[in-house]
Design a protein around this ligand. Structure first.
Ligand code: NAP
Length: 225
């Protein structure tokens, strides 16, 4: 197993595009993965796909559960549902998140104008999650600028990951998990700073459109001090 021994990563809404992509990358790195869904059957179908793409290293590597049971089983929980369902999903699992790291990938896009930044009144989706869950849950935001389908392909992803959250050690854990998924990730400060990463997604969508490119991304540059 990769990472911290038998640590389980539970992905809520792990049947969708980004959840499936992250699951594939972390499965390849040897992690134990629980796919969460609103329905057990859908989670089971996603696990069957995962098994086809990455045969399990042992029979217990993957499991399919409904979201609340998945959140209870996970040592680290990842939220990968559309922004409109962020809070209702968190509400359904909140008791199971106490003491854990919640990785929130939510980008608060407002269709149809997804190329225009529309952050929620709390400042960002990440701040909204942290406010909702309270300080007993370490919310860390990440992966908002990564195209899901690149994660599913055997390619190098050129886009870096900005990692925000109020606890340095929790951010570091997510930076390490990003590295295991083949992604360079950076401490980007407290949860308030998630606004920048979330807003960048609409900027990148505009760049993709206006410059007729696919999957524009960001790279952090600098010199060693
Ligand atoms: N796609 C990307 O490239 C990308 C990149 C960066 C960030 N993100 C962010 O990642 C999150 C997920 O994006 P996605 O593209 O993976 O989304 P998605 O495929 O449209 O949906 C993900 C999952 O959300 C669950 N879901 C759908 N409607 C729901 C509802 N009413 N209540 C609760 N759960 C519901 C579904 O799981 P079940 O039906 O199994 O419950 C679905 O499989 C979003 O917040 C998005 O902004 C996406």
């Amino acid at each position: 197993m990769g990472g911290d021994g038998d640590e389980i990563i539970a992905i809520l809404g792990g049947t969708g595009d980004l959840g499936t992509g992250l699951a594939m990358r972390w499965a390849k790195a040897g992690h134990r993965i629980v796919i969460g869904s609103r329905t057990l059957e859908k989670a089971q179908r996603a696990v069957a796909e995962l098994e086809r793409a990455n045969p399990p290293v042992d029979p217990s590597q993957y499991a399919a559960l409904e979201n609340p049971a998945a959140a209870a089983a996970g040592d680290i929980v990842v939220l990968t549902v559309p922004a409109a369902h962020q809070l209702s999903t968190l509400e359904s699992v909140r008791a199971c998140l106490v003491g854990k790291i919640l990785i929130d990938v939510t980008v608060p896009l407002v269709p149809p104008r997804v190329g225009t930044v529309r952050l929620p009144e709390e400042g960002s989706a990440g701040k909204r999650a942290q406010d909702f869950l309270g300080s007993e849950v370490r919310v860390v935001t990440a992966f908002q600028n990564i195209a899901a389908h690149l994660l599913k392909e055997d390619v190098t992803v050129e886009c870096d990951v900005l990692v925000c959250g109020n606890k340095r050690a929790a951010r570091q854990r997510v930076i390490d998990l990003a590295a295991e998924a083949g992604l360079a990730a950076w401490h980007a400060g407290p949860i308030e700073n998630s606004a920048a990463a979330e807003a960048l997604t609409s900027v990148l969508i505009q760049i993709n459109r206006r410059h007729e490119i696919a999957h524009s991304g960001i790279k952090i540059v600098g010199q060693t001090r």
